[in-house]
Design a protein around this ligand. Structure first.
Ligand code: ZN
Length: 130
């Protein structure tokens, strides 16, 4: 887990800096997790082959669910444990529980519920021509 600088954008283009504890999953790690899940789906189907009636659904449903879940897990490259920053609207110090970072990821200020778009990385360049 690493602490990285983040930027929180409001809908009206205000930006504040913050930081987040991030877990970055490498390609090998994601592939291993996906293979375990897909394998569990196939194994589950194999076990339920012996159960009458239930096997009519589980033999195709469990591998399909395992495959879908494996694809979803493989796509998770960055997970945020905690996001910290100052709300640009109410000024409250925020400590928000993170989650899977997607593009875009939105969080809400726990104090005033202002939606904020989270951006991981370097300081954004100010808009030109204003
Ligand atoms: Zn707020």
């Amino acid at each position: 887990m690493v602490t990285e600088a983040i930027h929180l954008h409001t809908r009206d283009h205000r930006v504040v800096d913050g930081e987040a504890d991030l877990v970055r999953r490498g390609r090998g790690n994601r592939l291993a997790r996906a293979l375990v899940i897909a394998g569990a789906g196939i194994l589950g189907a194999a076990v339920f082959v012996l159960v009458p009636i239930v096997h009519l659904f589980t033999t195709w449903l469990l591998p399909l669910l395992g495959l879908g879940l494996a694809v979803w897990v493989y796509r998770i490259a960055v997970v945020a444990k905690e996001i910290r920053g100052t709300c640009p609207d109410c000024g409250a110090e925020m400590r928000v529980k993170g989650g899977v970072l997607e593009d875009p990821t939105w969080i809400r200020c726990p104090n005033c519920s202002l939606p904020l778009r989270l951006e991981v990385g370097e300081t954004p360049q100010p808009a030109q021509g204003r």
